[in-house]
Design a protein around this ligand. Structure first.
Ligand SMILES: [Zn+2]
Ligand SMILES: [Zn+2]
Length: 287
């Protein structure tokens, strides 16, 4: 199986010469099983290029998981080409968010004040399914488990089991710790118990890394993690590979290089074997 990153940036797309290495598009990740089935997670601006690619390959049925309806996770939906093709069936799985159901969220996104055409323009079959936290369901080769993230109400993280591997997609998640101090494992284990249990021993953890730990003090409670808390959380849960993801749109490539180096140094100082891999746009990880 493999994981492909079509969008890695948090909050807003920031294409340009200073974001070429890590990417400018907002979140969209594709998992492909050994038998060739596709699972899409999140519909940020990265889903535009993924949709173009899928149309060229011509699969007929697609499954899309959405963590939550903040703009950076749904911005690309109206530009997803399979919606405009009658041969496609797209199943969208998402939780209700602050009382709005997914149907309503998409209809509002396509309101005339924001978009020139209404949903009637879509030709594919679109099925929307509400998914709560602590749910478990199967989609072909993929077994999916959900948990509530430490973010806005209704935000989900997903654990996916496929081809004998376990991948956790946990972005827009704030790892809690004792804020009077630097993040440390004992405090992280204590304050994120359910999440640590959820990701325990997974092969790949794709996790929110919105902030450099040095810029985090005035962002506490904003629903995102820093590079140190994400790394110590991964160590606490004994994950094998940590993929840093959902970068602050203000960070240029050179700053992210430094964040990745610092994170690797922290992991080494804990004598951990975790491999820390930065998500970069168009990167493919073969498992
Ligand atoms: Zn986000
Ligand atoms: Zn969010």
């Amino acid at each position: 199986m493999n994981i492909k990153f079509w969008g890695t940036r948090g909050s807003i797309a920031v294409p340009g010469k200073n974001t070429i290495k890590y990417g400018g598009n907002t979140p969209c990740v594709q998992l492909t099983s050994n038998s060739g089935e596709t699972l899409i997670i999140d519909a940020g601006t990265g889903i535009k290029a993924l949709g173009d690619n899928l149309i060229s390959l011509n699969p007929s049925k697609l499954n899309l998981l959405i963590t939550h309806s903040h703009w950076d996770h749904i911005q690309g939906l109206p530009f997803f080409k399979p919606f405009y093709n009658e041969h496609y069936e797209v199943n969208i799985y998402a939780s209700t968010n602050n009382g709005l159901d997914v149907n309503e969220i998409i209809t509002r996104q396509l309101a005339s004040a924001f978009f020139p055409v209404t949903e009637d323009i879509f030709k594919s079959k679109i099925n929307i399914k509400k998914v709560p936290a602590k749910d478990n369901f199967n989609l072909g080769d993929f077994s999916i488990y959900t948990i509530a993230a430490h973010h806005s109400k209704g935000t989900l993280s997903f654990k996916i089991k496929v081809d004998g591997k376990t991948i956790v997609y946990m972005t827009d998640n704030e790892i809690f710790y004792s804020y009077s101090k630097h993040p440390e494992i004992i405090s992280i284990k204590e304050k994120n118990k359910e999440l640590v249990d959820f990701v325990k021993d997974c092969d790949y953890l794709i996790h929110d890394c919105m902030y450099d730990v040095r810029n985090y003090a005035d962002k506490i409670g904003w629903g995102h993690s820093n590079n140190y808390s994400a790394a110590l959380f991964a160590i606490s849960a004994n994950v094998k590979n940590l993929v840093l993801f959902h970068y602050n749109p203000d960070y240029e490539d050179s700053e992210l290089d430094k964040i990745i180096n610092d994170t690797n140094s922290l992991i080494a100082s804990h004598n951990s074997n975790i491999k820390c891999i930065p998500a970069t746009e168009n990167k493919v990880i073969d498992l």
